[in-house]
Design a protein around this ligand. Structure first.
Ligand SMILES: [Zn+2]
Length: 280
């Protein structure tokens, strides 16, 4: 894997691109100076740094403080415990998250996440994943802050849990984003009906992926956000390189192709969507 210069640049005239999901603190990433310099030169002006456990929540917040505004890129963070790490969720973790979201304004925290279910890897037992997901959903509702949903091969249980919250009236009007959408068009439609935004990233551009473009086709433009999930899931034509926010314009271009729109317009709309979703 290498960091590299093959990037999509935008012509002048768009209002910026919002990469709503980049793990900038990851060891595989280049230095924040380099990542943000290249992002900025490609028109990316806003990045949200998501977390997956207590340690990376601290890092995400630290990066969003320290590097906000560097090269003109605005940074935000999320805090939360990923389903892979559900076994690590204890009372201390919960207290920590509550404490952080209490200071969300000054800490630039815009969401809880990543939270959800991952039955593909099963890194934590499924019953623990469900319990920890529900606990953090409760926090999202209680503290009125949207969440970043990670769901893989667990759509049935995920919808069941979300619906049980909805039935009890413990659900935000805009609950959050289905990040790195890998579900079917049917499941995506149900999430959209619940008020979710759908996050598209590298896999949308993969030649062998027939499923995600179909989700993009049915997804209304006002519910789409773009993301890299960097350093992972590098979009075409850069597969094999380490992913970074500078590559998110390739996702924008793919959406533009699917929707028959100008990339510039897709950049504008998805940025506005991200700002609405995360209440910026
Ligand atoms: Zn992620």
């Amino acid at each position: 894997m290498s960091h590299g210069p093959r990037v999509a640049k935008y012509p002048e005239g768009h209002s910026g691109v919002f990469d709503t999901h980049a793990h900038l603190y990851d060891d595989k990433c280049d230095s924040p100076e380099e990542e943000l310099r290249r992002a900025s030169s490609c028109g990316v002006d806003t990045v949200l740094i998501p977390a997956d456990n207590v340690a990376t929540s601290r890092l995400a917040v630290e990066y969003a403080q320290r590097w906000n505004g560097y090269e003109g890129v605005t940074l935000y963070a999320s805090v939360g415990v990923h389903p892979h790490e559900a076994s690590s969720y204890d009372e201390d973790a919960e207290t920590f998250i509550i404490d952080m979201i209490g200071k969300r304004q000054e800490l630039r925290i815009k969401a809880i996440g990543e939270i959800g279910l991952d039955y593909y890897y099963d890194h934590s037992p499924r019953d623990v994943q469900r319990e920890v997901f529900a606990k953090q959903l409760e926090l999202s509702f209680e503290y009125d802050i949207p969440f970043i949903l990670h769901e893989r091969d667990a759509a049935g249980d995920c919808l069941d849990i979300l619906n049980s919250f909805r039935r009890r009236g413990r659900f935000l009007e805009t609950p959050g984003v289905c990040h790195c959408c890998s579900c079917s068009a049917e499941v995506a439609s149900e999430l959209i009906r619940m008020g979710f935004y759908i996050g598209f990233d590298g896999p949308l551009t993969f030649k062998n992926n027939k499923k995600t473009p179909k989700v993009c086709e049915i997804c209304p433009m006002d519910r789409i956000v773009v993301e890299t999930d960097s350093p992972y899931l590098t979009p075409e034509p850069n597969r094999g390189m380490t992913n970074e926010p500078a590559f998110v314009p390739y996702v924008v271009e793919k959406i533009a192709q699917i929707k028959g729109m100008e990339p510039r317009a897709v950049a504008d709309i998805t940025k506005k969507n991200g700002e609405k979703l995360f209440r910026i």
